[in-house]
Design a protein around this ligand. Structure first.
Ligand code: MG
Length: 374
């Protein structure tokens, strides 16, 4: 039993990063940044419990990657921290930020060694440059750049965070609450990253793997008289039937969504968009696909190519293949040549042969986002 737990704050939205990706999901080789950082701490074997905050949309997906506790981040850093602390009951808690990507065991030990000195132990960097404030040169030796990790007495930090004031770090909350703070020298490697390519300047970081991930999807829908036919992202207004479904029934897009989710290791369409949810009644499946594209981009993937096989005795697919490819290419932001649509019959056999419905098989490949130029 250790008296110390860790909170790793990794739930930011990273809008400054561009590329649509949240920085905590950039891959270090094949490992998400947040997990890479968590493993540095974990490898030391000194934490009773590790609690990681994730963007609310990413909690379930993050839980697929780790046995540690993953909780939803809140609106402010402080809200996230409060959520995480509610899972911690050790006397001490260390809090670190995922943007401090290369924290070393040496720094962590240095902070822990000082734990009796105050209610909160803070790592900092001194300033060596001349600093001018409002036209006056100020005493730089009095300045400190505050970093994480910080080590706090858990019960004091919990109380200090009950304040209405928004604090940008734990030590400020504890000092405002009347607690004490002590400093230990931090390290350059614990510098906060603000641009993706800055990561490469850090000693513990390697570029993302160029491995390809593949996923498959399969879906079937029966025909329904009088419903508009949509397939492969296009309408076929001349047909007297469409697909029986909770959504618009675009069986090709459903299979494609499952292929993309499969490659990302992100469960399936039914989990993401339950057909018990009224929000998805008669929904345009193109909207579901766009949502999935946003999600995989946020968690650090780029689409490689997609390939779809439509198994149908009717309607005739061949005259529509080009339009389907064009529609999907736009939805997926993929060049036309990386979107393939094939069609086959089953020679009159089975439910497709009896013209009762259509089956679709889809394949998609994903790459990890190449952040090294961003
Ligand atoms: Mg379906």
């Amino acid at each position: 039993m250790s008296d110390l737990s860790l909170v790793l704050l990794a739930g930011g939205n990273s809008s400054r990063f561009g590329m649509g990706v949240r920085k905590q999901w950039l891959r270090i080789d094949q490992t998400p940044l947040w997990l890479h950082v968590a493993r540095t701490f974990e490898s030391m074997g000194i934490f009773e419990k590790i609690v990681i905050t994730a963007h609310p949309d990413d909690v379930l997906y993050a839980q697929n990657h780790t046995a540690h506790t993953v909780v939803a981040a809140g609106k402010e850093r402080q809200d996230s921290l409060k959520n995480a602390l509610s899972h911690i009951d050790t006397p001490y808690v260390m809090v670190s930020d995922v943007a401090r990507a290369c924290v070393t065991p040496a720094l962590i030990h240095r902070i822990i060694a000082a734990k009796e000195q105050a209610d909160c132990i803070v790592s900092f960097l001194p300033i060596w440059d001349t600093v001018v404030y409002d036209d006056a040169t100020i005493a730089r030796e009095k300045l400190k750049i505050i970093q994480t990790p910080q080590l706090s007495k858990t019960h004091i930090l919990k109380k200090a965070l009950q304040s209405e004031t928004i604090f940008t770090d734990d030590s400020s909350a504890i000092v405002a609450f009347g607690g004490t703070r002590a400093f230990v020298e931090g390290e350059e490697g614990a510098h906060k990253i603000t641009r993706a390519a800055d990561l490469l300047k850090l000693p513990c970081i390697t570029p993302p793997s160029n491995k390809v991930l593949v996923g498959n999807g399969y879906d079937v829908h029966a025909f329904q008289e009088g419903k508009p036919m949509v397939l492969g992202g296009i309408g076929m207004p001349l047909l007297p039937y469409g697909f029986k479904a909770h959504s618009d029934g675009d069986v090709a897009i459903h299979a494609l969504i499952d292929a993309i989710l499969g490659a990302a290791g992100m469960d399936d369409i039914g989990t993401l968009f339950p057909d018990t949810d009224a929000a998805y009644a008669d929904i345009d499946s193109k909207k579901l696909l766009s949502h999935v594209m946003t999600r995989i981009t946020q968690v650090g993937f780029e689409l490689g190519n997609v390939d779809i096989t439509i198994v149908a005795q009717q309607p005739k697919i061949a005259p529509h293949k080009r339009d389907m490819r064009a529609s999907l290419s736009a939805l997926l932001s993929l060049p036309l040549e990386r979107v393939n649509v094939k069609a086959t019959t089953t020679e009159g056999l089975g439910f497709t042969g009896r013209k009762e419905g259509v089956a679709v098989i889809a394949t998609a490949t994903l790459y990890y986002t190449n952040w090294t130029h961003a």
